[in-house]
Design a binder for this molecule. Structure first.
Ligand SMILES: Nc1ncnc2c1ncn2[C@@H]1O[C@H](COP(=O)(O)OP(=O)(O)OP(=O)(O)O)[C@@H](O)[C@H]1O
Ligand SMILES: [Mg+2]
Length: 306
């Protein structure tokens, strides 16, 4: 159907539940603006379903693996249906925290000190941590996950070993990195423009899954981030540079730590969340863009060859 928009949500990643929240928010906004939509769960034979419907656009509301890593983007390129957010290569680069960091470093964007641990490779990890001059607390996390799933902040060797075993059971690659104290600041980019930066103050140990999605966790959102004007402009500049360096499209959100007057980029998200507590909608609203306007912009930005 020529005027129909498919909102692609759910999927098979560990962020399936969050993707439904993002997708439903997209659908609601589009219906409000008079668009005809069809929601599709990116599970099972969803490609056949999309082909049969032959929509004008696919609005990608997926998060995590297969939805945010170039996989679904490749399918949509091959069936020639315009889709939203980043394209094949930028999505896959951004999803990989090791490859994207290499590009960020080349572009003079500071990232935490880190190294990659590969499964089945025997090495003395504690020695490597010492050589890299990484001190406790140490952060360990998967290379290609989201929503803070599998992120552990370890205060000592015992915690480190215990959590590393947990991660190694699920993921083939694990990142080991220095903990950056200070502030949590995230900045949104929309097309060619940096929209704004928000500061998060979790009541929990860190900005984990619960702090991100549960209002009961009472994470404080400070919009705009409480930093000097110069630093605010700097973080917007860095977010735009990160977005450009990977060739991202549409909307992205870059997650930073701010410590000793320096920004450290943790990662860029090419499919940022659009839940009630999500940050891109809040940043957009502050800069005068309603959620409906934001979603209409995303849809109008859809294309192939992204
Ligand atoms: N090196 C670090 N130093 C301090 N805090 C960290 C570090 N790495 C991760 N964190 C904390 O964990 C959170 C999640 O980390 P990260 O953004 O890497 O994971 P993610 O699962 O990709 O998140 P997202 O939901 O944004 O996709 C960060 O927002 C931060 O609060
Ligand atoms: Mg993050």
């Amino acid at each position: 159907m020529k005027n129909l928009i498919v909102v692609l949500m759910g999927g098979i990643s560990r962020e399936r539940k969050i993707s439904f929240l993002t997708g439903k928010a997209f659908s609601k906004a589009l219906i409000k603006r008079g668009y005809k939509i069809k929601e599709i769960d990116a599970k099972g034979n969803f490609v056949d379903k999309i082909k049969k419907i032959n929509p004008k656009i696919v609005l990608n509301a997926l998060h995590g693996r297969y939805g945010e890593d170039g996989f679904v983007q490749t399918i949509l390129e091959s069936i020639k249906i315009p889709y939203t957010h980043s394209g094949v290569s930028s999505s896959s680069l951004a999803m990989d925290k090791v490859i994207s960091r290499k590009i960020f470093k080349k572009n003079n964007i500071r990232v935490p000190k880190y190294f990659l641990l590969e499964k089945n490779k025997k090495e003395n990890i504690i020695k490597k941590i010492k050589n890299k001059k990484i001190k406790f607390p140490i952060v360990i996390k998967p290379v290609n996950e989201g929503s803070s799933l599998g992120v552990y902040i370890c205060n000592n060797k015992i915690q480190f070993k215990k959590n590393l075993e947990k991660l190694k059971k699920i993921y083939s690659k694990v990142l080991i990195e220095e903990y950056i104290p200070g502030k949590e600041i995230q900045a949104a980019v929309m097309g060619n423009k940096a929209l704004g930066a928000i500061e998060l103050v979790p009541k929990r140990k860190f900005y984990d899954y619960t702090a991100k999605y549960s209002s009961k966790a009472k994470t404080k959102h400070i919009m705009p981030a409480k930093i000097s004007k110069i630093k605010y402009n700097e973080v917007l500049f860095l977010a735009k540079k990160a977005h450009k360096s990977l060739g991202c499209k549409g909307i992205t959100r870059s997650d930073f730590r701010f410590y000793n007057n320096k920004f450290y980029l943790l990662e860029i998200n090419t499919q940022p969340g659009m839940t009630k507590l999500s940050l891109v909608p809040e940043i957009a609203k502050y800069s005068g863009i309603s959620f409906e306007d934001l979603v209409v912009w995303i849809v109008k930005d859809a294309s192939n060859n992204r």
